[in-house]
Structures are given as structure tokens and as C-alpha cells.
Design a protein around this ligand. Sequence first.
Ligand code: ATP
Ligand code: MG
Length: 628
Amino acid sequence: MEYEDFHRRSIEQPEAFWAEQAQAIHWHRQPDRILDDSHPPFRRWFVGGLTNLCHNAIDRHLDERAEQLALVTVSTETNQTREISYRQLHREVNTFAAVVRSLGVGRGDRVVIYMPNMAEAVFAMLACARIGAIHSVVFGGFAAHNLALRIDDAEPKLLICADAGMRGGKVIAYKPLVDAACAESATPPPKVLVVDRGLDPDHTMVQGRDVDYATLRAQHDGAQVDVEWLESNEPSYILYTSGTTGKPKGVQRDVGGYAVALAMSMWSIYDVRAGQAMFATSDVGWAVGHSYNVYGPLIAGATSILYEGLPTSPDPGVWWRICERYGVRTMFTAPTAIRVLKKQDDTWLKKHDLSALEYLFIAGEPLDETTSQWITEGIGKTIIDNYWQTETGWPVLALMPGIELKPVKFGSPGLPTPGYNLRVLDDRTGEDVAPGEKGVLVIVPPLPPGFMTTIWRDDARFVSSYFGHFPSLVYSSLDWAIRDADGYTFILGRTDDVINVAGHRLGTREIEESCAAHASVAEVAVVGVRDELKGQVPVVFATLKQTGHAESAAQAATGMRQQVVERLGAVARPARVYVLNALPKTRSGKLLRRSIQALAEDRDPGDLSTLDDPAALDEVRRALERGA
Ligand code: ATP
Ligand code: MG
């Protein structure tokens, strides 16, 4: 089959297309109707169908693959690896579901999960899915205040946490953060279930509220918990966006549409089928973790690998060693991780047998050409940039090797995936721009299965956040894009990040890309800073590679300026270049340009709840004070 035919059919005959895809999952009761589009921008897929994510992820596979590995968790923090078959996963999840139920949780109740990348986090999610409870996984290690905000939003009956997580060998106690969040919250959970990893022996339990998982597990071990059959459009989970542009939004997902979209994406995009292994390096607390560490691979009957630790510890070869050990076919990571590896010695890429590995998918931020080329040459595999959002739940733009692998174009996440009807509009006129011209990427409804259904308890914010930007009812998260004559889309950054220099509109991405072409540069963020004369000027913040380049900061700055002028012209020439040790990022590894820009313009840095390393922001402050 050819990509074009597949995609065209999904747009021209969405109901027929998705009805076919829906046969890949188990329905307890078949849907009455494929699509109800009578109240746009809301839509309901597979109306009346009854299904369950946990059943599709586990029970359905037991006849054929009970002894196959379902989940492998590798922690280079605790030095523990767990290999869990489908049979064992079934048992653990049933037990976990019985425990959760014994704490008074049922269908439609919310459960907040605040855990690191460990097997019990996956058990907890699937246990909730099994009984129809709505999970809200909060990235472990978020501060107590962030957790409190999410508790207030979800009003959970139960919070499940670990005693502690670890990062770079350091124990991060979670339980005191949970206690502080519960104290701050207006609607604290009546029960807290603690999975004790033995990392923080000093953690305390609140009498009457806190319960120990191991104790309850022993009581419920071997329990069988019936699957709760849910209508396709009931909520499965709530998950917050990364907060790169401001306050995170609580994305609500459905059940049936999500299962169908994931099943389709697993074979067609990621080219992973039952019995094969996929390794996504994400945290379970992010969208990638939900879709491609937990639900996607398991729905496909594949083996999923979950990793806790740094990409460089015990050494920068650790991920490739995992690929070799488990015969990983498809790996998935973020640009930030590849840039971390790029700072290290290239030889780490060559030490392991990667013969099973076919594809490395990368998503989350623009993947610059230099990084993309470096990793392509380094591992000699097909690198596929894919573009999506927490909101979409699965890729919007990608290449689809499971159908037909179109040529990779460096710098582009490729072509629209099934169900995505994309346009690039002029932000002032709302008209389509010509191929090769910049505009705002929008999605024309109906939004495909798996796409968020609304913002949790806030339909009005859903409509105003995403559909209010253009006269026609189209979805946009305000990413700035170019589509070329072959239909490949390039993402230039967010519209907030566009720099307007004397009337020339430049995407931060274009300038970053040029800076990154200078050999010693590891990572770079460009922001537009107010300027009396030109309106705005580009200002560069960069880090340099740790090995092999003994260049001074001043030499690097000159090199970056040269690259920008050569590639984009003098208009884009950076006004100032700051060389730092680290750049401020969100916990999901995205550059926090809005905060850097605010500091550079002497403004308040804004919502910092998702900031990873406050020291990096301080470094920006100090650099600005010192001057470039
Ligand atoms: P918030 O919505 O809270 O501001 P966020 O947009 O960073 O945060 P996510 O849902 O994690 O939250 O990220 C989605 C965004 O990440 C996209 O809208 C886009 O800006 C960026 N992005 C994701 N993948 C790519 C990619 N392959 N190329 C370029 N940009 C990407
Ligand atoms: Mg967003």
C-alpha cells in the first residue's frame, strides 16, 4: 500500500477508514456509530462501543503470548532490571486493581499517580484503566505546589506514590512532597497508597490516610478483577501539557478512539508488531510515556522498555546496550537527549550490536539538522522526526515506514499521519499560504481518534485555547510552519517565538539551526529581544560540546554569527551571543525560551512551575548582568 492512498482515504472517507482500523482492537460491544460530529469542535468516535484499555493491553494477548515479555524496566539508578511477561503483568495488574478497589475507587473516580519510571507506575495506570478509574499521572519530582494544583484539578479519591525517586544517584524523597501537596490542596485525597522502594527509610505514614502497598498486595495477591467495559467516549485519563508556553492544560483522553489510534500508529508509524520490542526513553508522566511506554506497545502485543536514569549513566552507551540486549526494533527519544549524547564521545555509538534496531524516532522539539545528521551517521539507522503534542496523543507528522518509508528530509518531521488534515495559514489574513511560505499550522476538524476530547472540566477553555485563533473552526496550538512543494512540513517554533527584525519575521528555529551548524555548539536557544531601532533583535544562548573543541566562548560566538549570516543573511545576525554551561528547560526537556526572553527584556520570567533546573535560569540572569 502507498502512503498517499492510505492518508487520502483517511481524510476523504474518515468513517470507513477508522471503522476498518477499529477492528484491530477488542470491542465488548461494537460501536453503533463511527463518528458523531454534530457538535464541533467536539466529536465522538465509536459511539456506543464498549471496550477497555487494560483488556486490550493485556488480557487479549494471554492466549497467544502469555510467556512473552510485556514490560522490561531498567533502572540505572537502583541497578535493577525487571522482566515481566504478559502472564505476570496480568497478575500484577489484577492485584493492583483489587488493592485500588479496596480503597474505595471505582469507575469515573480519579487517581493521581506520582511515581518514577518503575514497574508499579505501569501497574497502577493499567489497574485504573481496568476498573474504569481515571488516572492522572503527575511527573515524579514535580514540586509539591505543582502536585497540589493537579490534585485540586482532578479531585482524586486516591493518590499513589513511591517513597522516592532517584536522579543521577541522588535520592529524591517523594513522600514529603506528597504530604506537603495534600496539606496545600483544597481537595486532598482521602487515601494515599505508598509503594515503598526502600529508598527513603525515613518516610512517615499518616495514620488513617496512608497505606502501604506491599501489605495490601500480599492480601490481594492472585485476585481476579473483572474488566469494566466503558463506552468509547468515557474519559480514560487526564494529562497535563509541558507548560512551555505558560500554565499547563489538563488534557482529557477517551478510551476507544485512543486504543484504535494507538493500534494503528504502532504498525503503520513505528513499524512495531506483536512480539517485537520498542524502547521509548520517556518518563511515564509525559504523553510519550502514556502512549508509547504503556498503552501503544502493549495494545500491539509488543515488548515495552521503560528506563529510569540518565542517558549517560553508568556511561553514554547505556541506551544502545539496552537495544542490543532486548533486540529493540524501534527506539523513541527527544532531541534534548540526543544533544546530551552529542556532547560526549562519538565512539559510544559504535560499541554495541544494533542489528535489530531499524528506526530511531525523535519528537518533542524541533530536531536541528546538525543533531539529526550526527545521530544518523553515528548509529547508521533511519532517524524519523515526528511532531505531536500532549493534546494529539500520537503523531501528527511523521514518516510511516510500516506503510511506505518516504525519503527523510533533514529538519522536517515529514508528512501528515492518517486523519490529519493540515493547513498552513497566514496568521493575519487566515488564508492558506503558498508552499515554501511561513504560516501557522492548523488542523481541520474532525479531529481524529485519540485526540484530546476536552480540557478536564473546562470545555470553554478547550474551545478558546485551541479554536479561537482563526475565523474558521480549526484547531491550532500556534506552531509556526512551512510546507514545501512535496508536502513535507517544517516546524519553525511557536508563533510566540517568532522574531520580528525590522519587519522580517524569523522563526527562532531557523536561527538556532544555523548556530547549531557551528562545530563546537551543543545546544542553542534563540529569543527575540525588544530593540528601539529594529523592533526586535535575535539574542543567542548556547552551550558548547564537552569534548574535542578547545574553542573559547568568543570564538564560538563569532562562529555562530558567521553561520547565521551565511545561511539567513545579515538581517538575522544575532545582536548578542551568550555562552553558558546549561540552558533552562522544562522537566520534559524543552527549552524555556519564554523565560529566557523575559529575563533578557528585564521582565518577570513567568510561570516556572515546570522549570527543571533553577540554576540554569540563574546562569542566564548572571550572563545578562555581565553582558555578552
Ligand atoms: P504547553 O502546551 O503547556 O505550552 P508544550 O506545547 O511544550 O507545552 P507538549 O504537548 O509536551 O507541551 O509539546 C507539544 C509541542 O512541542 C508542539 O506544539 C511543538 O511546539 C513541539 N514539538 C513537538 N514535537 C516536535 C517536533 N518533532 N518538531 C518541532 N516541534 C515539536
Ligand atoms: Mg502546547
